[in-house]
Design a protein around this ligand. Structure first.
Ligand SMILES: Cc1cc2nc3c(=O)[nH]c(=O)nc-3n(C[C@H](O)[C@H](O)[C@H](O)COP(=O)(O)OP(=O)(O)OC[C@H]3O[C@@H](n4cnc5c(N)ncnc54)[C@H](O)[C@@H]3O)c2cc1C
Length: 282
């Protein structure tokens, strides 16, 4: 994999929460047996190896196992997402897959292992969204300035200009958020102080960039007229691609809950520190 000759991906989701995973690993005299279905798995269609998170039947802990495409009992079924077709999404079906015990990658508390992966995916998503929004903005502005309505290019209608103004402000807000996140991650001291499994600044960036994208798409739908609805133009496809990023690596609703919990406990911690500090004064 390090040489780029084999591709690996992440099998977590299965339409349940981690504490109710139906994918299980049973220990046998010679190794382990894994059964279950993971979907959607990005990259399933072209992956050689999968990190699969499953419930250990012996103690109900979540563990991680390496499953290879060619292992007997493994089947990959292509899925048909509305957008992001190049992601190669699929279902990973495992039926009585017998493996050597060495295939266990994380023998206990693989929940924390998965969180490290999800945190790094939350770094990539805002970068993709920023690039796509910028291209979307430019294509919209060009398209509207080439449409004549009542003797004027549509881009000169004030309502269209106002929407383009909001869309550009949304792109610039995303850029500021992404640059700040990348600068923070590029700073060695900040990076080593950050929690690799749950970095609230990374989670807040993914959350805020996707909320900007939602507002951007609302304006784009209004000003593009009917053109975004047809495959002749790329707008509808770009909208579907962007919408696909909303639930990926933690839904917006889950991020809100987690960020809210963390932020309020941080405020309480600061309050206690201040209180102690005041009490210490002569
Ligand atoms: C483009 C794309 C790529 C993906 N790639 C992968 C991949 O490579 N590997 C992989 O394993 N999965 C992948 N997924 C799956 C993705 O991680 C899940 O769709 C996502 O985590 C939501 O899970 P769910 O669909 O089961 O929704 P559910 O968990 O059923 O959520 C339904 C609703 O309940 C809310 N909810 C659920 N739990 C809580 C909670 N604890 N607190 C508050 N609200 C809650 C949710 O916010 C949502 O509103 C991908 C999804 C997409 C769209």
């Amino acid at each position: 994999m390090a040489r780029g000759e084999r591709f690996g991906t992440f099998g977590w989701s299965e339409s349940t929460d981690a504490f109710s995973f139906r994918t299980t690993v049973r220990r046998t005299a010679t190794g382990i047996v894994i059964d279950g279905v993971k979907a959607p798995v990005s990259g399933a269609v072209f992956s050689d190896v999968f990190v699969v998170y499953a419930r250990d039947a012996a103690n109900d802990d979540v563990i991680a196992v390496l499953v290879e495409r060619g292992d007997p009992g493994v089947e990959i079924v292509e899925m048909e997402p509305l957008g992001l077709r190049a992601l190669g999404q699929g279902e990973l079906r495992m039926t009585g897959v017998e493996l050597a015990a060495e295939r266990i990658l994380v023998a206990s508390d693989a929940l924390s292992h998965a969180q490290v992966f999800l945190s790094s995916r939350r770094i990539a998503i805002p970068c993709f969204v920023l690039g796509r929004l910028e291209a979307f903005f430019e294509a919209s502005a060009r398209d509207l300035s080439s449409r004549m309505r009542y003797g004027l290019p549509a881009s000169e209608m004030q309502a269209v200009q106002a929407a383009l103004g909001r869309m550009w402000a949304q792109v610039e807000t995303c850029r500021a958020l992404v640059e700040q996140m990348l600068r923070r991650l590029g700073d060695r001291d900040e990076r080593s102080a950050a929690d690799r499994a749950w970095d609230p600044a990374v989670a807040a960036t993914k959350y805020a960039v996707l909320e900007q994208a939602r507002a951007f798409l609302y304006d784009a739908q209004n000003i593009l007229g009917g053109r975004w609805y047809y495959t002749k133009w790329p707008f509808g496809r770009w909208m579907r691609d962007l919408m696909g990023m909303i639930p990926a690596a933690g839904t917006q609703a889950i991020l809100e809950v987690d960020i809210g919990m963390l932020a309020s406990s941080e405020v309480a911690r600061r309050g206690r520190t201040r209180h102690r500090g005041q009490g210490d004064r002569p």
